[in-house]
Design a binder for this molecule. Structure first.
Ligand SMILES: *[C@@H]1O[C@H](CO)[C@@H](O)[C@H](O)[C@H]1NC(C)=O
Ligand SMILES: *[C@@H]1O[C@H](CO)[C@@H](O)[C@H](O)[C@H]1NC(C)=O
Length: 97
């Protein structure tokens, strides 16, 4: 039992690795979003990070926008986020982190 490496350990490594990186590359460029949890956010640029109002969002929906690549750190450390929906937004590449 103890000698098997568990998926939980693996996940922790991923989380630690992504926590070390901030928004190096913008994944979102003036992208229209629908959020739940706060009022007053309808566009995002850069990354989804716990800065300002974004810290409180519990739901993010991005539909029919242009988000070709989700770079490392695109969505990061949002403490209340339960759901992120990306639909019909042309995501063709997902980078680690
Ligand atoms: C973002 O898009 C809106 C219209 O959808 C435009 O008014 C605004 O100037 C744009 N902002 C940037 C930084 O491109
Ligand atoms: C997204 O695009 C599809 C087809 O172009 C359209 O039917 C749908 O209503 C759009 N949805 C939103 C939320 O804009």
């Amino acid at each position: 039992m103890m000698s098997k490496s568990s998926p939980v350990n693996f996940l922790c490594v991923i989380l630690l690795a992504s926590a070390a990186n901030s928004c190096e590359i913008s994944s979102f460029s003036n992208v229209s979003v629908t959020v739940v949890g706060v009022l007053g956010i309808d566009k995002v640029s850069g990354c989804l990070e716990p800065i300002g109002l974004l810290e409180k969002v519990s739901f993010v929906q991005i539909i029919n926008q242009s988000v070709p690549v989700l770079y490392r750190g695109a969505v990061k450390d949002l403490p209340n986020l339960a759901d992120l929906i990306l639909e019909n937004s042309g995501v063709s590449s997902l980078e680690p982190g």
